[in-house]
Design a protein around this ligand. Structure first.
Ligand SMILES: Cc1cc2nc3c(=O)[nH]c(=O)nc-3n(C[C@H](O)[C@H](O)[C@H](O)COP(=O)(O)O)c2cc1C
Length: 256
């Protein structure tokens, strides 16, 4: 495999959940956000809110970024040109997610290159209304994801990924046989178990309708992810409500 400083920095990525007391300077913060902005974009359909309230921030991180999909300021620009937005919100949301995600990941990489660690927090989606209130977000601004950042007080090993053969398919999507699936699961599960990842995080998801047979000795990534997506929110109502409270209107109908 090729290697250089950028590739090494990216391959060294690991989510950080413990932070030192050191406070990143304004210059560091501005650099990270400026690099985030340089990500490719469809419409720069985002804004970033920052909180330095360490006591309140998850993992007591010195920085908490809330990355929002922002149609509000976009529509202000359209109004200045005497245009109104007519495209449906689902399309805007899908493009907005891409813009915001690319931006956020650039921030992660820039942070790491300057010695900072970070960790995304997916719960924003379900707390959007509360977050909107906290930051006084105008309607048409939706908090997509949060990102804590600071100088790491831990140095865990990098976490595993699927084998590349389970990710990159050339020319045609292959028939996935049981052996290929087993290998992918094994790589993930053995990798997480070797680090005692879930035991260290104390993050076993409770089973609602099945008897528990797993301990932290065999509870691993594929079990975790099955529990995460196999138990709750069979219809999109909860998320649609959050979106609607933030001024986005997306049909609840299942896409064909
Ligand atoms: C959209 C998203 C949401 C996430 N939410 C959380 C979270 O709520 N809490 C947390 O500790 N980690 C969260 N993570 C971090 C993942 O758990 C982590 O990226 C994954 O386990 C891979 O580990 P690594 O980042 O160390 O390689 C999230 C990551 C993403 C991209």
């Amino acid at each position: 495999m090729k290697s250089n400083l950028v590739i090494q920095t990216m391959l060294d990525h690991k989510s950080i959940r413990k932070y030192t007391d050191e406070v990143p300077s304004d210059e560091v913060i501005k650099t990270i956000v400026r690099v985030g902005q340089q990500a490719p974009f469809a419409s720069q359909y985002y804004s970033v809110l920052l909180s330095r309230d360490r006591e309140r921030n998850p993992y007591k991180a010195p920085l908490l970024f809330t990355i929002c999909i922002d149609s509000y300021k976009f529509e202000l620009i359209m109004a200045r040109r005497n245009w109104k937005l007519v495209t449906n919100d689902l399309t805007l949301m899908l493009f907005g997610i891409q813009d915001a995600a690319l931006m956020a990941e650039n921030m992660v990489i820039a942070g790491r290159s300057l010695g900072l660690g970070s960790c995304f927090l997916g719960s924003a989606l379900y707390r959007a209304e509360k977050i909107a209130e906290q930051y006084d977000l105008p309607k048409r601004v939706f908090p997509l994801v949060q990102l804590v950042m600071g100088y790491p007080a831990e140095d865990p090993p990098t976490r595993p990924r699927y084998p590349i053969e389970f990710t990159l398919f050339e020319d045609k999507y292959p028939k996935l046989n049981q052996d290929t699936i087993s290998k992918a699961m094994q790589q993930m599960d053995e990798g997480y178990l070797a680090q005692d990842y879930y035991r260290n995080l104390n993050a076993k998801i409770k089973l609602e309708n099945r008897e528990e047979t797993f301990t932290y000795d065999n509870y691993s990534w594929t079990e975790h992810i099955c529990r995460k997506w196999g138990q709750w929110y069979p219809d999109p109502k909860t998320l649609l409500e959050q979106l609607e409270k933030c001024g986005f209107h997306i049909t609840g109908k299942r896409l064909k």
